[in-house]
Write a protein that binds this ligand. Structure first.
Ligand SMILES: [Zn+2]
Length: 403
C-alpha cells in the first residue's frame, strides 16, 4: 500500500490518495462499518452508489460468527459479502476490552467469553493477525488495549505499554498480505499520547491509527489528545482516527491532519430515525413532519432524498417499516461520504478553512449535556437488553452488541 499526499502540511488538513491492491481511494475519507460483514441494512451496490470506497469489518464479530476459517474457505471476506473494494478490519481489541468482567488480560493476550453463548475464547496479537489474514483484509489493525477514558495515569501507561509490545508482536506475525497499522493509545494524558505516537512512528508501518478517543471524554479533550498524537506521527503515512463519526468531528479531525475515519453512527442514528442535515440532526419521528413534503434536505444527492418526502419517511418510522431504517441509513452515509469529498475538494483548492467555517456557521451539534444524556440512555437501553439476554454485564460497552 502506498500513500500519496497531494496537498496539506503535517498537522493541518490534507488531501491524498491511498493506493491499495484493490484500488485507489481518495483521502480524507469516511469508512462505513460492516460489523458482522454487513453495513446494517445497506447492500454493497448501494454503498458503491453513495460513494463509499472502503468499508470496515469487525474481527471479534466475524471470528465468533460465522468464523474466520469458514470465510477463508469460501474465498475470503470480500467474496463472502460481495464487496470488491478495499476493506479494513479491526483487531477485536476494542470489543474484547468492552466485555467487562467476561474477560481477563495478561501480557500474552486476552481470555474472554463470547457474548453470544458464553464459550471461552482467547485473542492474542498473533491470533488477531491470523484471523485478519484469513479474512483477506487489505488493512489490518494491531491488537491493542484501549484504556477507558477515565483511566488514571498509571493504568493508561500500563495499557499503552502493552499496546506497544503487542504491536511489535503483530508486525512480527504479519505475513505481508495487506498493510498492518499499529495503534497509538495514551488515555487522556497528552505526554503519554505523544510518547505512544513516537513509539508507533518508529515501527515504520504503512499507516498508523489513533485509538481510544470518543469514549465519553469532552470534545475539548478529544482534540487535545488527537493533536498530541498527530504531532509525533509521520506526515507521509495515512492517519486513521478510530471510531469518530459525527459530521462536526470528522471536519475537526481533518483540520488537525487526520485522513481516515470510521463509525457506526450514521447507520445507528438512521435506525433510530435521526438524520444529518447541514443545520444539525433531525428526528424523523417528529409529529411536525407528518405533512412535510420535500426531502430531508434540498440539494442532497442521495437515493432517499431523490425520491421520498419527509412525510413518507415519518410515516415509515411511525409504522416501523424496514424501508425507513434503510433510507435513513443511506442518507446519513451519503452525508458523511459527501462531506469528506467536499472537504477534499476544498483542501485541493486551498479553501478548507473557509469550508470548515461555513459548515460550523450553520451546523448545530448537540451540546455536551445532551450528548452525555444520549449516551446514558443508549447504555441503559443496551444494559437492559444485555441483562435480559443474561450474557453481558451491565457495564459492557454498547459497541459490543451493536458494532
Ligand atoms: Zn439525502
Amino acid at each position: 500500500m502506498e500513500f500519496e499526499l497531494l496537498a496539506g502540511g503535517a498537522c493541518q488538513a490534507r488531501a491524498g490518495v491511498l493506493h491499495t491492491t484493490r484500488g485507489s481511494v481518495p483521502t480524507p475519507l469516511f469508512m462505513p462499518v460492516g460489523t458482522v460483514g454487513s453495513v446494517k441494512g445497506v447492500a454493497p451496490a448501494e454503498l458503491r452508489r453513495l460513494g463509499a470506497r472502503i468499508i470496515l469489518g469487525n474481527t471479534y464479530h466475524l471470528m465468533l460468527r460465522p468464523g474466520a476459517e469458514l470465510i477463508h474457505e469460501l474465498g475470503g471476506l470480500h467474496r463472502f459479502i460481495g464487496w470488491r473494494g478495499p476493506m479494513l478490519t479491526d483487531s477485536g481489541g476494542f470489543q474484547v476490552f468492552s466485555l467487562g468482567h467476561l474477560r481477563s488480560v495478561d501480557d500474552g493476550g486476552v481470555s474472554f467469553r463470547s457474548h453470544i453463548d458464553g464459550s471461552p475464547l482467547r485473542l492474542t496479537p498473533e491470533r488477531a493477525v491470523e484471523v485478519q489474514e484469513a479474512l483477506g483484509s487489505d488493512i489490518l489493525m494491531a491488537f491493542d488495549e484501549p484504556p477507558p477514558a477515565d483511566s488514571d495515569r498509571a493504568a493508561a501507561a500500563e495499557a499503552t505499554a502493552r499496546t506497544h509490545h503487542w504491536a511489535q508482536r503483530c508486525l512480527r506475525a504479519h505475513s505481508g498480505t495487506g498493510s498492518l497499522f499499529p495503534i497509538c493509545q495514551g488515555g487522556m494524558h497528552p505526554d503519554l499520547r505523544r510518547d505512544s505516537a513516537a513509539f508507533v512512528a518508529d515501527l515504520g508501518a504503512d499507516g498508523n491509527a489513533i485509538g481510544g478517543l470518543g469514549l465519553g471524554e469532552s470534545k475539548q479533550i478529544t482534540w487535545q489528545m488527537l493533536e498530541a498524537s498527530i504531532e509525533r506521527l509521520p506526515g507521509n503515512r495515512p492517519r486513521y482516527v478510530m471510531g469518530i463519526g459525527a459530521p462536526e468531528d470528522l471536519l475537526n479531525g481533518v483540520a488537525r491532519g487526520a485522513d481516515m475515519f470510521d463509525c457506526v453512527l450514521p447507520t445507528r442514528l438512521g435506525r433510530n430515525g435521526a438524520v444529518f442535515t447541514h443545520d444539525g440532526k433531525l428526528n424523523l419521528r417528529n409529529a411536525s413532519l407528518a405533512r412535510r413534503d420535500g426531502p430531508i434536505e434540498r440539494g442532497c444527492d442521495c437515493e432517499c432524498c431523490a425520491e421520498f418526502s419527509l412525510a413518507y419517511l415519518h410515516h415509515l418510522f411511525h409504522c416501523e417499516e424496514l424501508l425507513g431504517y434503510r433510507l435513513a441509513s443511506i442518507h446519513n452515509l451519503r452525508f458523511l461520504v459527501r462531506l469528506m469529498e467536499q472537504a477534499r475538494a476544498a483542501i485541493l483548492r486551498g479553501g478548507f478553512s473557509a469550508f470548515h467555517d461555513e459548515f460550523n456557521s450553520r451546523y448545530r451539534p448537540p451540546d455536551e449535556g445532551v450528548r452525555s444524556e444520549q449516551r446514558k440512555r443508549w447504555r441503559a437501553a443496551r444494559a437492559r437488553w444485555s441483562r435480559a439476554a443474561g450474557i453481558l454485564p451491565a457495564s459492557a460497552h454498547p459497541e459490543i452488541v451493536d458494532g
